[in-house]
Design a protein around this ligand. Sequence first.
Ligand code: JBU
Ligand code: MG
Length: 382
Amino acid sequence: MKITKLTTYRVPPRWMLLKIETDEGIVGWGEPVIEGRARTVETAVEEFAPLLIGQDPARINDLWQAMYRGSFYRGGPILMSAIAGIDQALWDIKGKTLGVPVYELLGGLVRDRMKTYSWVGGDRPADVIKDIRRLREAGFDTFKMNGTEELGIIDSAAAVDAAVGRIAEIRAAFGQEIEFGIDFHGRVAAPMAKVLLRALEPYRPLFVEEPVLAEQAEYYARLAEHTSIPLAAGERMFSRFDFKRVFRDGGIAIVQPDLSHAGGITECVKIAAMAEAHDVALAPHCPLGPVALAACLQVDFVSHNAVLQEQSMGIHYNRDAELLDYVSNREDFHIEGGYIKPLPKPGLGVVVDEERVIEASLRATDWRNPLWRHADGSIAEW
Ligand SMILES: O=C(O)C(=O)C[C@@H](O)[C@H](O)CO
Ligand SMILES: [Mg+2]
């Protein structure tokens, strides 16, 4: 079998889907995208195409190494997202060729269902109580929200109290009937992370995510000494080589590689195994589309240390398209009581409605994350 064509489709709300065709008619789908840089990743995919056209899609490991090591300048969000989507599509082709889901090719299931969580509140964490109530009716009991609005490197007691007060309200409203992660989203600098973590302790969040920016990873171990709250990170790390420093230095209890940013299934199963060796849990990051989620689930179902799966149903980014809009086999993505079952179909397990993708690609917009500024006019982390 030979790879014959790569086609990318940028689609609302902010995703990009990749179709890889072969000379035997089997097609694989991937989701190579970095939110806010879809066109840049699209160019990176186009630049990898000459390396792939004419090659045997079954040789995923060799093609992965050729894309990664064939780039003298390597790693980082753009190239690793391009490789991720291509890798996903190659695994999709392999599974479809052999007539089995990818998890069967990775040693089979380690669990019968996977726990998922939903986002509540928006960029500025408002209305979380209302959102939790609505999603609890849909059977969810685990949630994630932004922990703060803009926050200064050093900020006021009032800003801390506003952040903590929201969490206190949640516990007052729902007690221990729900669990939730708090995403600091890189908005919190190390000095304030200590203050906030200490103030949030009484409310026992399931985890605090990106307690500081990924480029401040050396603080994870120090912050972990300072709090019992499990710390999570990973969406802005892009390969084993980024994660190995986190495992070496410690401090992170949950790693959250993004299957569409960190080199795809081939790389993320290795990151998952590294995490297991360090007694670190896996909770893949996935605020993206259905192909990314399907790739996450393939890794979740073969990873002993997988504990939680993010999915974007109802997330505040999905303005003009929802998670399953481009999927024909929506029933396979049914979430019951917050759990999802293994996707039964061959390959990644997602049947892409190509007509809807093509139609939607005609109205794709260039999503960009907002640029926030503090009251003094200086740039604020979003
Ligand atoms: O889902 C998460 O954990 C996030 O932090 C959302 C963020 O990743 C946005 O997708 C960036 O555009
Ligand atoms: Mg996050």
